[in-house]
Design a protein around this ligand. Structure first.
Ligand code: PLP
Ligand SMILES: N[C@H](C=O)CCC(=O)O
Length: 432
């Protein structure tokens, strides 16, 4: 047994399923997860001393590569002043100022500890602001594990085959209306049938959680105008896309202004952080400015703020990071496409900037139903063939890959080569 396998066996006796977040368990790809010991730049190292090229980057935050020196230094500098105060700090003000500068639709912002907390609070605020109970979410979008979102949920919930989780009350589920992504007519129908009852529409402007799925031309604009017509708030969940697709997130890239935005991942530089923010008149109903209660003992934690500030300052001061990320994404995806042509395969690749997914289906993937048409056993074999070649992918077909600027041209070429060999290997096993 490898050290990872031994650790997993022990973990299963102590932790549900052996992991602290379901998608890590390799359930849908089979086999046993590798346990990670350390990471630096573009590489992960496991407990058995194997090296992997990173294509998940902690599900997004490590956009500058692992243990990026300015972030590491900021954390080292901060810890000498203690780890938490439960009282306001200068760094929280600096963080709020930086976020509001980088994301202009965010006029006021509240820090929390995870993406889930951010989305959970954002819909409470939307409900408090509008006096309405219902929300609309899209099938296959994942907004964290709060009850209201575990309806037709993507990511790990989709991967485990439990998009509608037991434990969510019927009453809560009844307040979450769902529509297929990219289907404006379905959204309009829900709004008409629930007249004056919908507080907000929440969506991932580019979905990462059913694999990477892009909004079709006009979709985001259409959702914006339907919200305006029906006096519902538009919430962009930019936990993945924020500070990744542009320094102002997907809303900058697509030129759409939401009322509220949820953030996470990159803003913590790898530490546990989330945030929600938006129009000042809406945010001013949050306690203690207003009556909608939301709190957190560790919110705005000084170590997490220090890591996040170092990360965001770097991104804000170095716009060339985004140009480079786009270049790396283009090169990789062009290489993958060339291999598909060479192998006579017609699989779908969805791509934008530093997010992409190779879907094991010949259908175009614009929504949850189409994403589910993928050949999952084939994906599992492909995943392990890539892992064997030292490339660490998300262990699920229903996730986006995330690139970092630490990927060099040589590494990009290695990944393209590994992809071609892995596809051949996975298909050959399929034929036997
Ligand atoms: C778009 C989106 N929203 C919310 C979340 C929840 O964030 P967290 O896992 O930090 O609770 C995630 C990721 O898990 C996400 O990708
Ligand atoms: N898709 C999720 C976050 O981005 C995957 C991470 C997790 O749930 O552990």
């Amino acid at each position: 047994m490898t050290t990872s396998e031994q650790l997993f066996e022990k973990a299963k006796t102590l932790i549900p399923g052996g992991v602290n977040s379901p998608v890590r368990a390799f359930r849908s790809v089979g086999g046993s997860p590798v346990f990670i010991k350390s990471a630096k730049g573009p590489y992960l190292y496991d407990e058995d001393g194997r090296e992997y090229i990173e294509l998940i980057n902690s599900w997004g935050p490590m956009i500058l590569g692992h243990a990026f020196e300015p972030v590491e230094k900021a954390v080292r500098d901060a810890i000498q002043y203690s780890f938490s105060f439960g009282a306001p700090t200068r760094k929280e003000v600096e963080m709020a100022e930086l976020i509001t500068n980088m994301v202009p639709s965010v006029e006021k912002v509240r820090m929390v500890n995870s993406g889930t907390e951010a989305t959970m609070a954002a819909i409470r605020v939307a409900r408090g602001f509008t006096g309405r109970d219902k929300i609309i979410k899209f099938e296959g979008c994942y907004h964290g594990h709060a009850d209201s979102f575990l309806i037709a949920a993507g990511s790990g919930a989709m991967t485990m085959g439990i998009p509608d989780s037991p434990g969510v009350t019927k009453a809560t589920a009844a307040d979450t209306l769902t529509a297929p992504f990219n289907d404006l007519a379905a959204v309009e129908k829900l709004l008409d049938n629930n007249h004056n009852q919908v507080a907000a529409i929440i969506l991932e402007p580019v979905v990462g959680n059913m694999g990477c799925v892009l909004p079709e031309p006009g979709f985001l604009e259409g959702v914006r105008s339907l919200c305006d017509k029906h006096d519902a708030l538009l919430i962009f969940d930019e936990v993945m896309t924020g500070f990744r697709l542009a320094k102002g997130g997907a809303q900058e890239r697509f030129g759409i202004t939401p009322d509220l935005t949820t953030m996470g991942k990159i803003i913590g530089g790898g530490m546990p952080v989330g945030a929600y923010g938006g129009r000042a008149d809406i945010m001013d109903i949050v306690a203690p400015a207003g009556p909608v209660y939301q709190a957190g003992t560790l919110s705005g934690n000084p170590i997490a703020m220090s890591a996040g500030l170092a990360m965001l300052h770097h991104l804000n001061d170095h716009p060339e990071v985004y140009t480079r990320l786009d270049q790396i994404g283009e090169t990789l995806v062009n290489g993958f496409r060339a291999s598909l042509v060479k192998l006579g395969l017609n699989y779908t690749i969805n791509h934008i900037g530093s997010m992409f997914t190779l879907f094991m289906t010949e259908r175009s993937v614009t929504n949850f139903t189409e994403a589910k048409s993928c050949d999952l056993p084939l994906f599992g074999r492909y995943f392990h063939a890539m892992l064997k070649r030292g490339v660490y992918l998300a262990p699920s077909q229903f996730e986006s890959l995330f690139l970092s600027v630490a990927l060099t041209d040589d590494l990009t070429a290695q990944i393209i080569q590994a992809n071609e060999e892995s596809l051949q290997e996975a298909l050959a096993e399929h034929d036997n």
